[in-house]
Design a protein around this ligand. Structure first.
Ligand code: SAM
Ligand code: SF4
Length: 326
């Protein structure tokens, strides 16, 4: 199937799938300490339902999927879903975004099931700071997960770091130096989801992160490692890995947005920051055929907005990041 574009001539070929809203961490910028009101088990899409949606999406030109959450590895038997998605004709790239806590246990099985790559979220290399940000003491588990992902060849392993002033900004250099040993590190601006849309005092724009890295020597602009993200990439002299920057706030990349998001309870979201949703679950559960699901996917694509206004304080009202998968 040749590709489809939205009303702004942007090709749409990428679906991010949230498989659960639950998580084994409580990152301060993402989830309250007590967690959130979880979606009821029966409202979460089954692996069969997710696969049917991906089949319909592939028929209109979606070729890449990313599995996310909440924390996707807390959902039972995730490798089973990966194996099911790997069988869908037209899907040529399956990736995973995870906090890495359970990755050591599952990396080999995920690779075997057909997972191509993994992104691991890690905001600190220091145990105390990690615990402060995630409210859990799990840094050793995450480091073991990164090692195992590399060992089994889930490459390129990318490490996503949300940079926060006064919390982990002093570690930017340490993370960047990890690229000398092959890490692909991406620094992400903090989005104001837990602050009613207002930028937090911890917000640090990418330009300031770049300035901080001056002391490490020349950062040369370079091509992206394989993947679908909107990052700008650089390489430190002699490094085998890369350093990337993602600017959802200071310089948004909506003009090249190629994605749809599927929530764990079956809503298609045309934009991370819009409250527009297309509900697929009722049709799926009433036994609608692929053509009905395809129509709903087309409706979601047609309603993709030109861009978000996070810089003007516009955020999702109905959902948290854990319910849309980042
Ligand atoms: N639990 C998995 C993880 O942490 O990788 C997957 C879901 S998490 C919602 C996906 C990504 O969203 C993570 O990289 C996380 O750091 C990022 N994220 C969540 N809240 C954010 C915020 N307020 N600003 C920037 N990134 C955020
Ligand atoms: Fe969990 Fe990921 Fe949100 Fe952290 S960012 S609380 S790991 S879903």
């Amino acid at each position: 199937m040749s590709g489809i574009s939205d009303n702004f001539q942007r090709p749409v070929n990428y679906l991010r799938i949230s498989v659960t809203d639950r998580c084994n961490l409580r990152c301060t910028y993402c989830m309250p300490t007590e967690g959130v009101k979880w979606v009821r088990h029966e409202d979460i899409l089954s692996y069969e339902e997710i696969t049917s949606i991906v089949q319909a999406a592939a028929s209109v030109g979606i070729s890449k999927v990313r599995v996310s959450g909440g924390e996707p590895l807390v959902r039972i038997d995730l490798p089973k879903l990966i194996a099911m998605l790997a069988q869908v004709q037209g899907i040529d790239d399956i990736s995973l975004t995870t906090n890495g806590v359970l990755l050591k246990k599952y990396a080999a099985e995920l690779k075997e099931a057909g997972l191509s790559r993994v992104n691991i979220s890690l905001d600190s290399l220091r145990r105390g700071t990690f615990k402060k940000v995630t409210r859990r003491d799990k840094l050793p588990q995450v480091m073991a997960g990164i090692e195992e992902a590399n060992r089994v060849g889930l490459e390129p392993v990318k490490i996503n770091v949300v940079v926060m002033k006064g919390i982990n900004d002093h570690e930017i250099g340490d993370f960047a130096l990890k690229s000398m040993n092959g890490w692909h590190v991406r620094f992400i601006e903090l989005m104001p989801f837990t602050n009613g849309g207002k930028l937090q005092p911890e917000f640090m724009p990418v330009q300031e992160m770049l300035d901080r890295l001056q002391s490490l020597g020349d950062l040369e602009a370079c091509g992206a490692p394989p993947g679908n993200g909107p990052a700008r990439y650089y390489r430190l002299s002699g490094a085998t890995g890369t350093v990337g920057f993602i600017t959802p706030v200071s310089e948004h990349f909506c003009f090249q947005c190629n994605r749809l998001r599927l929530s764990a309870d079956g809503k298609l979201l045309p934009c991370l920051l819009s409250d527009k949703e297309v509900d697929l679950r009722p049709s799926l559960r009433q036994g609608a055929g692929e053509s009905r699901i395809t129509d709903l996917i087309m409706e979601a694509i047609a309603s993709k907005p030109a861009g978000h206004r996070i810089d003007a304080g516009e955020i999702l009202q109905k959902r948290l990041m854990t319910q849309v998968g980042g």
